[in-house]
Design a protein around this ligand. Structure first.
Ligand code: KG4
Ligand code: ZN
Length: 350
């Protein structure tokens, strides 16, 4: 059964949350783990009633990346406005909300504290349960938004901090089949983007440039690992650096588009090959992409091509791939890795 009992903080009333709760659950969620301040209201884990995101990209461009102290201060400045806009967009009032949720980790501690404390304050002020949500699990749940996806399926979670192939056995049970042993895929994208002087945020800019280059221009290495479903991107990063240094010596103008396209081809083929094999191994015909890098054009293309071969492929709409609060609300409803207590603390890593 997918249902859990939560208590309201003041009167300690019991509230049932989850697909088997027998009532409509309207969840107000906050996300602030990195560089987006976001709030959203979602009905029954799937129907988005409002979705507000304040991005800090403009501020971080100046520094070429996210500076934690700056991020935390920006969250503090944006949070109240984002919360009131989420209510406004939905036309709902706090009394219509079943529970308040917020990301509690993994992420930047100072940033997480802003969102989590706002969530707890709303829960206390309106006497509704507070639900602490795991950010990684929420990325997978982004696939439930506006769809009818149900487990079992295989998820490829690719973000700035994580790279995992996950067997989602039920709404509550997940098993990691493979993961990165060093850098996350998003990190590799951002680092290589910096090597060819692309502005922050690196991943999406590298993706755009890659679409104009030759993916077979340069051969880059693929790591061989003990568990064939694990990933390693640190060797690729070094090989990219060496290639760029050599090309800088040999050319007046660095062939950036070809470098970007060759890098993109290398990583997307690895992600595709391993995930498909992992799915085939357990006879799974449904694959869901999740995390910021799931917005990547080449990754989507490679996986969506599988639709002709009898696979069902899910990928969140672009705005639900990168950090947002709708996925946090969905995760609070579907319950995996949630904590229902005001004592929950933020955490930076898994
Ligand atoms: O999931 P996310 O928004 O934040 C984390 O939880 O990490 O993912 C951010 C990562 C960044 O590394 C960003 O460069 C990458 O996702 N990203 C992309 C694309 N859009 C975002 N990487 C490659 N291609 C894209 N189109
Ligand atoms: Zn994320």
């Amino acid at each position: 059964m997918s249902v859990k009992e939560f208590k309201t903080p003041v009167s300690e009333k019991t509230v049932l949350i989850g697909p088997d709760s027998g009532t409509d659950n309207i969840i107000f969620a906050i996300e602030s783990s990195c560089d987006e301040t976001a709030a959203a209201i979602v009905k029954n884990g799937r129907e988005v009633l409002s979705n507000v995101v304040a991005s800090q990209i403009k501020t971080h461009i100046e520094f070429g990346g996210v500076v934690p102290e700056v991020a935390a201060r920006e969250h503090l400045e944006a949070i109240n406005l984002v919360i009131s806009q989420a209510f406004e967009q939905s036309g709902l009032k706090p009394e219509n909300i079943t529970a308040f949720a917020a990301t509690v980790g993994p992420g930047l501690v100072g940033s997480l504290l802003v969102g989590m404390n706002a969530g707890k304050a709303l829960a206390i002020a309106h006497d509704k349960p507070f639900i602490g949500v795991n950010h990684l699990n929420a990325h997978v749940c982004a696939n439930y938004l506006n769809t009818d996806l149900k487990p079992p399926f295989v998820a490829l979670l690719i973000s700035g901090g994580h790279t995992q192939i996950i067997e989602v056995k039920s709404f509550l049970e997940q098993k990691i089949i493979g993961e990165t042993i060093d850098d996350a895929i998003g990190e590799a994208y951002d680092k290589v983007a910096r090597l060819i002087d692309l502005p922050y945020p690196g991943g999406v800019n590298l993706d755009k440039l890659a679409q104009t280059g030759n993916p077979n221009a340069y051969k880059l290495p693929e790591a061989k690992l003990q568990n064939e479903f694990d990933f390693s991107f640190s060797g690729l990063k070094t090989a990219s650096l060496q290639l760029i240094q050599r090309l800088k010596k040999e050319n007046e103008e660095l062939p950036k588009a070809d470098i970007a396209a060759s890098f993109q081809e290398n990583v997307t083929s690895t992600l595709f090959k391993k995930t498909k094999k992992a799915a085939d191994n357990i006879n799974a015909k449904t694959i869901a992409l999740a995390g910021g890098v799931a917005a990547n054009s080449e990754i989507r293309k490679k996986f969506f091509n599988l639709k002709d071969k009898g696979y069902k492929i899910y990928a969140p709409e672009m705005k639900y791939c990168t950090d947002n609060a709708s996925m946090i609300a969905s995760s609070a409803y579907f319950l995996a890795n949630t904590t229902g207590s005001l004592d929950v603390e933020v955490f930076s890593r898994m």
